[in-house]
Write a protein that binds this ligand. Structure first.
Ligand code: GLN
Length: 502
């Protein structure tokens, strides 16, 4: 008998296809593991919904009309709206909200055959780096429950790491797939902006928000990403008009011929982030345990046939102020829809309409969300728009141009996901700026709209996972997944599970 919890997406899909196990059996077992809500990872579970989907999957398998991932369980970050389950985006203002439709990503994964296990906890409106901003309580890191799982897709990362689900969706506006994946020792990829439809994703910062898969391996991520992406122009005007792709197509390419020209893969390491010298790394702003693991990983990639050289990304150093201006500006506009009239919570007692808005929003939003709405309204206001918002947009363009210069010299960029491993719950919760600073390495690729991922590369101090970031040029997801898969074929970091797994 297989221990289904220990299997990944590809393995489960194969077992289901061979009818060695039924979708109902798989769903039943995974649902049984969710009792007591380990790590506070889930916000909504409805076993009737999951089992009905599993039953439908079994019928398709019997009829020979199964999708590529038929019967494999997945859980969705609570920013994806779902017809059959509550969607809160981690906010009190959406308590109990039920959408009349499924997000495109949710629909597409269901069409590929996946069974929804439930909705996953996250920072309120995906704003955060530690999952401590959820109105429904923090998520704990399965590797060490006194530590944060990262954010904002902390529930997704914790659930996959603890083997509560083989796969989860996440969203990444400025790092929220990569950083929690790194902190929890799993693999996650954010595709090129526009690859995955934003239809039905509760909006935070629309020019940055992007969905992606979080799973245990690059191979699993490739299968999930292939099912998630594709044009959706009728519903999302920023959706890219590029056909659905098989992102697993290049997984087996050896790195010695994985470069753009068919030659060896060229990896660029930004010298502003970490200094690559004589086969080793040095860095000022990155903790030594993180550097050590990434250095080892780069040497392993070299042994597999890749070349590693320093590149320049000078303007990426402005990413934190630029991101927090752009993201807050867009958030202040997007969140104006939560006014007590159309969605969710409305204050019980109020005078006139303005009073109703004020009380509803004061009660419904948490501190971090309010802080960002105020910052956003400020940078967009008359007299400050030019000084802040417009300036930020210009520097955003410079950062994107910087990447294009770098990609003339290399095929992928590698570096840390975060300066440290997961910190302790509460350690930075009173200091928003300390949280923002931890995003230094994830924000640049988000601002440029580039595909990027996090790959587990071992354990740092205190036995906490370290993630290496890989960034590709536009639409180059297949190459990123190729590099990550080749690395994972020759290493075991991605197979390590936290000892305290539920
Ligand atoms: N940590 C960043 C923020 O707080 C990124 C969040 C995200 O990617 N959703 O905005």
């Amino acid at each position: 008998m297989h221990d289904l919890h220990q299997l990944g997406v590809a393995e489960l899909a194969a077992l289901l296809k061979r009818k060695e196990v039924s979708a109902v059996e798989v769903a039943t077992r995974f649902l049984a593991g969710l009792g007591g809500n380990p790590h506070n990872a889930f916000l909504d579970i409805d076993s009737e919904v999951s089992l009905a989907q599993a039953k439908a999957s079994d019928e398709k398998i019997a009829k020979g009309t199964a999708g590529p991932l038929e019967g494999v369980p997945i859980a969705h970050k609570d920013v994806f709206v779902t017809k059959d389950l509550v969607t809160t985006a981690g906010s009190k203002i959406l308590t109990g909200y039920r959408s009349p439709f499924d997000a495109t990503v949710v629909r597409k994964l269901r069409e590929a055959g996946m069974v929804t296990l439930g909705k996953l906890n996250c920072d309120e409106f995906a704003m955060g780096s530690s999952n401590e901003n959820s109105a429904f309580g923090a998520v704990s890191n399965p590797w060490e429950s006194s530590h944060v799982p990262g954010g904002s897709s902390g529930g997704s990362a914790a659930a996959v790491a603890a083997r509560l689900t083989p796969a989860a969706t996440g969203t990444d506006t400025g790092g929220s797939i990569r950083q929690p994946a790194a902190f929890c020792g799993i693999t996650g990829i954010k595709p090129t902006y526009g690859r995955a439809s934003r239809y039905g994703m509760v909006a935070f910062a629309s020019s940055l928000d992007q969905a992606g898969p979080m799973a245990r391996s690059a191979e699993d991520c490739a299968l999930l990403l292939s099912a998630m992406c594709g044009p959706d122009l009728d519903r999302d005007s920023t959706s890219l008009e590029v056909a659905q792709e098989d992102f697993a197509r290049d997984l087996r390419k050896p790195l010695a011929s994985a470069g753009k020209s068919g030659g060896p893969l060229r990896i660029g390491v930004p010298r502003e982030w970490v200094e690559w010298q004589n086969g080793g790394l040095r860095a000022n702003d990155v903790s030594t345990d993180v550097i050590a693991q990434i250095s080892t990983a780069l040497n392993q990639l070299m042994a597999l046939g890749a070349q590693v050289a320093p590149i320049g990304l000078a303007d990426a150093g402005y990413a934190i102020p630029v991101y927090y201006i752009v993201a807050c500006a867009e958030a202040s506009s997007n969140l104006s829809r939560f006014d007590g009239v159309k969605f969710g919570h409305r204050a019980a007692q109020y005078g006139d309409l303005l009073d109703m808005y004020q009380k509803t929003r004061s009660e419904g939003f948490g501190d971090e969300v309010k802080r960002r709405i105020m910052t956003g309204a400020y940078v967009l206001s008359h007299g400050y728009y030019d000084a802040y918002y417009l300036q930020a947009q210009k520097i955003r363009r410079m950062i994107a141009d910087d990447f294009q210069r770098a990609f003339a010299e290399c095929d992928v960029i590698a570096g840390p996901v975060a300066p440290t491993t997961a910190w302790k719950l509460g350690e930075k919760s009173d200091d928003p700026v300390a949280n923002y600073l931890a995003d230094i390495f994830t924000l640049p690729a988000s601002l440029a709209g580039l595909p990027c991922m996090s790959v587990p590369v071992g354990l740092g101090g205190g036995g906490m996972p370290v993630g290496m970031q890989l960034i590709g040029n536009y639409l180059d997801e297949a190459r990123l997944l190729n590099v990550a898969h080749q690395f994972q074929l020759h290493t075991t970091h991605h197979t390590q599970a936290p000892g305290a797994a539920a």
